[in-house]
Design a binder for this molecule. Structure first.
Ligand code: SER
Length: 320
């Protein structure tokens, strides 16, 4: 029987992955965890087991794993690219020392691990378009440096200790429940809130900055699909490129205008986030994920935009 621990359960992906996993594996078999209990997240903290857990605390981490008999960890807790540039040392502590703690605890009880990496592992020297699975990975953001180091460390723990560690390189994640916290791709979420609330959005990236995106239902399905995949079919196991939508701020605003004709976008470029975006791929080649474990996202730009506006309009109690 699966006993799953989710770190970062109150983050953008966690708030939706926890209910998804609870539905699939049983409420009591999915232990959500976060640094603190946050108001407004009762749908995660009060609907099943929840542990207050700082991932930089190795002893507490091991104790939680033992207490619940955890045999699988979805390790979502992480600082993102833009906040990382504000405090690189804090990012290293959370993203790297947190990961080591999890790998060590997993080694003690032979847990499987899901490790989300990012398009941030690529850098200015990587091919820009349809960036391959295997290519130059010399990132320039501290977030990207932590993610490529994390990928390598996960591979090392697999080959050295035989741990079953699998992971993906996420592009921007678009969702309508919890907001993303401090990423370069956050514009693609904020634009929907502002379109519905104010009919206009000021974007911090240039209009032609192309970055890949995925809509949350595909994120949830993909994570579980990879973790349940037949290991014999996985040549890579870890760090799979995944993508669904290749888009620029201008193209996204054009799509939103089809539903909200008066929607307006203007631009106030944030040099830090623009530099990060410029160092990342325009689009990814995700053929390895498609071939090895059947990655097949459902939502394209049109379907995602339609669904985001419908769900968010209802949530924000307005008509799109
Ligand atoms: N969404 C992340 C960020 O922008 C990329 O993985 O930091």
């Amino acid at each position: 029987m699966k006993k799953i621990l989710v770190t970062g359960a109150l983050g953008q992906i966690g708030t939706e992955l926890v209910p998804y996993l609870r539905k699939r594996y049983g409420t009591d078999n999915v232990i959500a965890s976060g640094r603190r209990i946050k108001e407004g997240y009762e749908r995660v903290t009060e609907t099943g087991p929840f542990e207050v857990l700082d991932i930089t605390n190795r002893e507490k981490f091991s104790a939680v794993i033992k207490k619940h008999g955890v045999n699988s960890v979805y390790h979502l807790a992480s600082m993102l690219s833009a906040t990382g540039e504000e405090n690189p040392q804090a990012l290293w502590e959370v993203n790297m020392n947190g990961l080591i703690n999890i790998l060590e605890a997993a080694r003690e009880c032979n847990c499987s691990i899901f490790f989300p990496s990012s398009i941030a592992v690529f850098g200015p020297d990587s091919p820009k378009d349809k960036t391959p699975q295997e290519t130059v990975t010399r990132p320039t953001s501290i977030y990207g440096i932590s993610k490529i180091s994390g990928e390598l460390l996960c591979d090392y723990y697999h080959s050295k200790y035989g741990l079953d560690i699998r992971g993906l390189r996420y592009p921007g994640v678009i969702s309508n429940d919890a907001l993303p916290g401090g990423g370069t791709t956050d514009y693609a979420v904020h634009i929907f809130y502002d379109a519905i609330k104010h009919g206009k959005y000021t974007c911090f990236l240039e209009e032609n900055s192309s970055i890949d995106m995925i809509y949350m239902p595909d994120v949830l399905k993909g994570a579980v699909q990879l973790m349940e995949a037949d290991p014999d079919k996985l040549k890579h196991r870890n760090a799979f490129n995944v993508s669904a939508i290749t888009v620029t701020p201008k193209e996204l605003s054009t799509e939103i205008k089809k539903h909200i004709p008066d929607f307006k976008i203007d631009y106030e470029i944030d040099p830090v986030r623009q530099a990060i975006a410029d160092s990342w791929p325009n689009s990814l080649d995700d053929s390895a994920a498609r071939a090895e474990w059947g990655w097949n996202p459902q939502y394209d730009l049109e379907m995602m935009t339609e669904d985001m506006l419908r769900v968010l309009s209802a949530k924000l109690n307005q008509v799109s």
